[in-house]
Design a binder for this molecule. Structure first.
Ligand code: P6P
Length: 346
């Protein structure tokens, strides 16, 4: 069995990130150190996720988060791990997390820095009890304010302003996938070495898609345009594509499969549940970072009308409909929605 020696060269994520420093003009080294620390968070979280069934970390924590969702024990562990690794470094102005209602301030006893870190500490965590892949999603911006403690305004930036984004997927293997605007690169965790090793350099979404991912249980809530689009994806329209449906119910895992195999992930707006009238997924720490990954890999991400990366956030936990993957497939979603749902409201 290879021990991470498949790669022609052994390139650790630390070395790969370091090589970005010059390209990024990151003279302080703060941005690359944040990325190092995100990788370390991934290693720490992975070490717990892979044996969650043996420690008292499965199941619910007995509280509800700002989303109105049950917090899982592993959510709390992942959330506190990311906070504790980043609160004292002097690199961040503030943070924001799916698990926290408000902006997370850097404690007064620590210095602040010029970056903002937004994250979903353990997306899809409810699936952990069934041994389904889960993931951590992160987004990094430069602060807009000049000094002091970061503000909500520092967090509410469109995805086009991202300086780095990515995710860690805790699946059959643990991978970290990230971009700093110079392509998308995937690293597989060699547990014996405790190192993420470059295994997927310069990821590009394949031209020929294989899959579409959507929760068909929500079909009765979809608009006419989305319903026609799904028929298109299923080969039921005159001009169609024939794709297989693959849906795990864990965004990072569904997205990762479509990134590598070609396809589209859809979480449309829900016309019945007011909480999901703008879809279920959150813009700042789910849709926007994955949208940057998708575009950097030659794909596209839309809310059904416009690019995810162009959306100016108005609140920390705002939700957006999400169509993300092959550019042609996402463009088709916009065409069907425009044609059958009429002009966008407002
Ligand atoms: P549904 C997990 O709870 C999550 O936030 C994403 O990871 C996933 O894509 C989505 O919700 C699944 O939602 O309504 O299909 O169960």
């Amino acid at each position: 069995m290879s021990d991470g020696m498949n790669a022609a060269q052994i390139i650790t994520i630390e070395r790969h990130i370091l090589e970005q420093q010059y390209r990024l003009g990151d003279t302080s080294g703060h941005l690359i150190n944040i990325l190092y620390d995100v990788a370390l968070c991934g290693k720490i979280i992975a070490s717990n996720v892979i044996q969650a069934g043996l420690t008292d970390t499965l199941g619910r924590a007995g509280e509800e988060n700002v989303q109105g969702e049950q917090v899982m024990k592993m959510d709390k562990f992942a959330d506190s791990t990311i906070f504790r690794l980043n609160d004292h470094t002097g690199r961040l102005a503030c943070m924001a997390s799916e698990e926290n209602a408000d902006v997370i301030a850097i404690p007064d006893k620590y210095p602040t820095g010029k970056y903002v870190l937004l994250y979903d500490p353990l997306d899809g965590s409810s699936n952990m009890d069934y041994n389904v892949s889960v993931g951590t999603i992160f987004a990094i911006y430069q602060r807009k304010s000049t000094d002091g403690r970061g503000t909500l305004d520092d967090c509410l930036q469109p995805g086009r302003k991202l300086v780095a984004a990515g995710y860690v997927i805790y699946g059959s293997s643990t991978m970290m996938v990230y971009t700093t605007g110079f392509g998308v690169h995937g690293f597989t965790l060699n547990r014996r070495w405790g190192e993420f090793i470059l295994s997927h350099p310069n990821i590009r979404i394949p031209e020929k898609p294989q899959f579409y991912s959507v929760n068909t249980g929500n079909e009765r809530f979809w608009s006419p345009g989305v319903l026609r689009y799904m028929r298109y994806l299923q080969g039921g329209e005159e001009v169609s594509v024939n794709l297989s449906c693959r849906y795990i119910g864990s965004l990072v895992a569904d997205f990762h499969r479509n990134l590598l195999a070609g396809g589209v992930f859809c979480y449309p707006a829900d016309r019945k549940d007011p909480k999901k009238a703008h879809g279920k997924l959150r813009l700042l720490y789910e849709a926007a970072p994955l949208a940057l990954i998708a575009e950097q890999a030659g794909g596209y991400a839309s809310d059904g009308r416009k690019p995810i990366l162009d959306i100016q956030p108005t609140s920390l936990h705002q939700r957006v409909p999400l169509f993300i993957g092959n550019t042609d497939l996402v463009n088709q979603a916009e065409e069907y929605i425009s044609k059958f749902d009429g002009p966008a409201a407002g």
